[in-house]
Design a protein around this ligand. Structure first.
Ligand SMILES: Nc1nc2c(ncn2[C@@H]2O[C@H](COP(=O)(O)OP(=O)(O)OP(=O)(O)O)[C@@H](O)[C@H]2O)c(=O)[nH]1
Length: 492
């Protein structure tokens, strides 16, 4: 594509692959992160300006407010972002600000997350909904600890696509060797995170080079994509990688004959006739009806708020989860997780917290296991996690818990920890797996327990799998997760 580097030129974006445009109709959600003053606000301002997302009245205000203009006679783009009064006073970005912009091919939501260390929480908030992270680096400073921290948090939050935007390249006199050196440093670090999809772009956010317009005039040595071209091609993460999930927020019983289970679909899809399992009880039923606020629907997908009606009487309470029978989450009392500690007290070993995931709130004991050293990128043994520490922990629940891994489902695999004494959110985290050694919780369970309605149980018990294990099996209501475990054992 040919677009000139002047700020007044039209953006000529090729109209191709209409099928992909339809497929990617959901806006791409991205975060920008990096150290203080790397130029995040300037970059986002520039994106908004050059994609014409700035309304005329905003532009006029910007011209008026911008005391000193840059050497291109353009306003201070960072002012487009500094909407909050406090920000202006302190000269820093203090909260996550979401902005919208679009090109002819795609629309975008961008979260501007602050670079100051104490704002790690905001960075984690922004990252938890993003498809892609734009990691800004000041070309003069190179990769700093804060760069590594933000890249790590973004990857912990499941982001797999990174743009390394080497900014202020104009201040290095467009030095190609410097760009290559920084890219090399970052790629080496990114390997330790398991992040492979990195597009490195030399940019000048201030001058608008390689952001929306190409910077060929100043950087003939760079023939890669601009930032916007990269964003247009990025893929969105989907919530639908695992089966149907309905965390139950409310049981609706308007009359004797009607009982519905209400909630927002947190993954997959459902239609009448589908078999589902209610967790943790493990009871199986079939969907007879899907109702939204005014319609009876023939299907529902992730994000839909629905009332589900089942074909038989089952025990369902708020906090339970109704899931696809053929793709179930993990249930158990012991889970592995990674988290970011958000409060000065950090995470104390053996302390009991409230864990909140969706509408569920459960008591949990947290045991830190290791902490990520951002300098060496190694996980060091740790039994306490301080403020902003990124750690691996063991979670032990008082009662059965239900999760997917965060990798599989970002709603049912994410949680926050709340300190019961102060009500503060002390950590944000993601589930990485279920712990198999459950400290004796299931140790004395010698018998297989299957929770199924009689008709289904009969069928399953007749299969070859159970032919010579009949005496080991009790058919009664129990956790399907436990039954699945035993089935897996039998399979071995
Ligand atoms: N020369 C040059 N200066 C830039 C560039 N990008 C940003 N700057 C300048 O760098 C300074 C910091 O930019 P900001 O956009 O405020 O940085 P930030 O990362 O958003 O900073 P915080 O909001 O405090 O986290 C400002 O004076 C910008 O004008 C660039 O590409 N080239």
């Amino acid at each position: 594509m040919t677009v000139s580097a002047t700020a007044t030129a039209e953006v000529l974006l090729p109209i191709e692959e209409p099928a992909r445009a339809i497929r990617d109709s959901r806006p791409l959600s991205l975060i920008t992160c990096g150290s203080v003053d790397d130029g995040k606000s300037t970059l986002i301002g520039r994106l908004l300006w050059d994609t014409k997302a700035v309304k005329e009245d905003q532009a006029a205000t910007l011209h008026r407010d911008s005391g000193k203009q840059n050497d291109l006679g353009l306003p201070d783009f960072a002012l487009l972002l500094d909407g909050l009064q406090a920000e202006r006073e302190q000269g820093i970005t203090i909260d996550v600000a979401y902005r919208y912009f679009s090109t002819d091919r795609r629309s975008f939501i961008v979260a501007d997350t602050p670079g100051h260390e104490q704002y790690t929480r905001n960075m984690a908030t922004g990252a938890s909904t993003a498809d892609l992270a734009v990691l800004l680096v000041d070309a003069r400073a190179g990769i700093l600890e804060q760069t590594r921290r933000h890249a790590t948090i973004a990857s912990l939050m499941g982001i797999r696509q990174f743009v390394l935007a080497v900014n202020k390249i104009d201040l290095t006199n467009y030095d190609r060797a410097r760009f290559i050196e920084i890219v090399h440093d970052f790629k080496e670090f990114a390997l330790t995170l398991g992040v492979k999809q990195i597009t490195a772009i030399p940019i000048s956010a201030l001058k608008g080079e390689n952001v929306v317009y190409d910077g060929r005039a100043s950087m003939p040595w760079y023939d890669g994509p601009t930032l916007v071209e990269t964003l247009e091609k990025a893929t969105t993460r989907s919530n639908q990688t695992v089966g149907f999930r309905l965390p139950v927020q409310r049981v609706s019983r308007p009359g004797e004959s009607f009982r519905g289970y209400q909630g927002t679909v947190a993954g997959g899809s459902v239609k009448p006739g589908d078999s589902v399992v209610v967790l943790p009880s493990g009871m199986v039923a079939n969907v007879t009806k899907i109702v939204t606020f005014d319609l009876v629907r023939n299907a529902a997908v992730a994000g839909d708020a629905i009332t589900l009606v089942l074909d038989r009487q089952v025990d369902v309470a708020r906090g339970d989860m109704i899931v696809a029978i053929d793709s179930q989450p993990m249930t158990g009392r012991g889970f592995d997780a990674q988290l970011v500690a958000l409060q000065p007290d950090g995470i104390e070993p053996g302390k009991r917290y409230w864990l909140k995931s969706g509408s569920r709130r459960q008591r949990v004991t947290v045991e830190p296991v290791s902490q990520l050293d951002l300098k060496s990128s190694k996980w060091n043994t740790a039994d306490k996690l301080g403020m902003n520490a990124i750690g691996k922990v063991h979670l032990t629940f008082d009662e059965q818990a239900i999760f997917d891994t965060y990798e599989q489902n970002r709603t049912t695999g994410a949680f926050i920890l709340i300190d019961p004494d102060t009500n503060n959110t002390v950590a944000g985290g993601m589930i990485t797996g279920r712990r198999s050694e459950l400290g004796g919780i299931h140790k004395d369970d010698q018998r297989v327990l299957l929770s199924l309605p009689a008709d289904l149980a009969e069928k399953i018990m007749a299969t070859a799998l159970f032919a010579d294990r009949r005496q080991d099996v009790d058919v009664r209501h129990t956790s399907v997760g436990r039954a699945a475990e035993i089935l897996a054992d039998l399979d071995e």
